[in-house]
Design a protein. Structure first.
Length: 165
């Protein structure tokens, strides 16, 4: 009996256990699927998330980015500093409050984020190529619902806006 069938048999009566197990597997397999090639300019998953967030909310202060991602400002400050040294974001003095900076992606950062996004989309398209369009839509809808529920439970807004492509 395969591990997959064994899991379904053991956990069939407990949907929360199945969800927890599958989320654990998903975290590992999505990391393998999204493992960046060497050409990605040193941008890690956190950098990708930060750039996708800036794409959604536009240029923003550290505090606004931290609130959008659900992290503390010091963590975002460290991430922004690392990305600035790679030339992926830039800081400008906030004209409305000269004590803070506005962070925005550079042309290089935006291009790299879009390249990573295209590769991730291609990987997901390949992995689900034998799925029906209905199955793909259902998975997308349920993942959005799960992310919305997690955002409500944690008080963190949507990290990356839903989009059609």
């Amino acid at each position: 009996m395969s591990h997959r069938r064994n899991l379904r048999t053991v956990a069939a009566g407990d949907p929360v256990d199945v969800i927890e197990t599958e989320m654990t597997r998903l975290a590992r397999t999505i990391a393998l699927l999204g493992r960046p090639p060497e050409t990605e300019g040193g941008m890690d998953r956190a950098g990708y998330l930060l750039l996708r967030t800036l794409e959604r909310i536009g240029p923003a202060s550290i505090n606004a980015i931290a609130a959008a991602i659900g992290l503390d400002g010091s963590t975002v400050t460290r991430q922004v500093s690392a990305m600035k040294s790679l030339g992926l974001v830039e800081r400008q003095i906030n004209p409305g409050d000269r004590r803070s900076c506005i962070i925005s992606p550079t042309t290089t950062g935006r291009a790299l984020m879009r390249q990573v996004r295209r590769q991730r989309r291609t990987n997901l398209d390949d992995v689900t190529s034998d799925w029906s369009e209905d199955d793909r839509n259902t998975l997308g809808r349920l993942l959005a619902k799960l992310n919305d529920s997690i955002a409500r439970a944690t008080g963190c807004g949507p990290i990356i806006a839903q989009s059609a492509g």
